[in-house]
Design a protein around this ligand. Structure first.
Ligand code: NAG
Length: 342
């Protein structure tokens, strides 16, 4: 299991990137943060994996001691959502900074704004890699003014249900290949990933699972990615958004949390399911009002994605069944042998 923070040297893995679908037009009425959420300002498709400036205006870069370690998502003028594992207890909040409105991390941009962190609220149930509660709220040292490049994403309400297979987009400045960090000038990368149900994801993670490294997709997690592998979030993407489009707005369906070897087959990315923390968010920041997500259509079962697992399982089962079948057979032969001696 590997978390996707860039903290420490960590091991790094593959990512390749796809481009994504068109985005929504801006230019709608700007009457308050809530009305503004989830609107991206460009309607263009880019080649490769680099996003266009302003395409994901809620994406922030979180630095520790001046180094990019994690992503995050702007959810209001002064609050950012990220992952709890990006903020180990021994780290001082004074050593973190949040960069907003950035596209290329290595280029100066007049659109970008930097804030220090006034408060970090990590979920108390987060203990270690793979545990529940990998979510954290950050309060910026002072409120930010929204622009074409800096805007909040919509928080989904507790009863939100995003259908399996919905094409969402994960974004970040994380690693792009095994042990390969994103090259200067480090443009923001985007990758389209379909949602995978928790049940199917657990099934996938059981394929060729190492007994000493159990993976369990908990109730507050959701998966997204490609079963074949090759395209995934990776180290340094942690805390960043899994943005899903519903009814013309983008919702923060998930927060990049962990995975087993970015881009490996049968190991989709695992995300903290934001909607399961709607009341936690609202409890800590009353101003943050999750938004009801219109139900576009019923979720269809996606267990077919793990059908290889069945093939694998029956092969494994045959391996196990072998000795069981051999046992009565040898007894029979033994009996026959004994019988023959007479
Ligand atoms: C979620 O709750 C709201 C009321 O709070 C309701 O209007 C909406 O229909 C519910 N959505 C679903 C998918 O149940």
């Amino acid at each position: 299991m590997a978390q996707r923070a860039g903290l420490g040297s960590g091991r790094l893995e593959a990512v390749a990137i796809l481009l994504l679908l068109g985005l929504f037009q801006s230019g709608m009425g700007a009457d308050g943060a809530e009305a503004l959420c989830g609107m991206a300002s460009q309607a263009r498709v880019t080649g490769g994996g680099s996003a266009a400036p302003g395409q994901w205006p809620w994406q922030v870069s979180i630095t520790y001691d001046g180094t990019h370690v994690c992503g995050g998502s702007l959810v209001s003028e002064e609050w950012v959502l990220s992952a709890a594992h990006c903020f180990p207890r021994e780290h001082r909040k004074e050593d973190y900074e949040v960069k907003l409105g950035a596209d290329k991390l290595d280029s100066y941009s007049t659109e970008a704004q930097v804030r220090t962190v006034a408060q970090i609220i990590s979920h108390t149930s987060y203990r270690q890699e793979g545990s529940q509660g990998d979510i954290a709220l950050l309060r910026l040292s002072s409120p930010i003014t929204f622009s074409r490049y800096i805007r909040p994403i919509c928080l989904p309400a507790a009863n939100a249900s995003f259908p399996n297979g919905l094409q969402c987009t994960v974004t970040g400045w994380g690693h792009v290949a095994p042990s390969v960090s994103l090259q200067a000038p480090r443009p923001l990368q985007q990758l389209e990933v379909p949602l995978i149900s928790r049940e199917t994801c657990n099934c996938l993670y059981n394929i060729n699972a190492k007994p000493d490294e159990p993976h369990f997709i908990q109730e507050d997690m959701v998966c997204a990615g490609h079963v074949k592998g090759g395209k995934d979030a990776c180290q340094g993407d942690s805390g960043g958004p899994l943005s899903c489009p519903v009814g013309g707005l983008w919702y923060l369906a998930g927060i990049v949390s962990w995975g087993d070897a970015c881009g490996a087959p049968n190991r989709p990315g695992v995300y903290t399911l934001t909607s399961s923390y709607a009341s936690w968010i609202n409890h800590h920041v009353a101003k943050l009002q999750p938004r009801v997500v219109p139900q576009i259509h019923e979720s269809q079962p996606d267990s077919n994605l793990c059908s290889n697992h069945l093939a694998f399982n029956s092969a494994a089962a045959q391996g196990l069944l072998g000795p069981i079948l051999l046992l009565p057979l040898s007894l029979t032969l033994g009996f026959l042998g004994a019988w023959h001696e007479h």
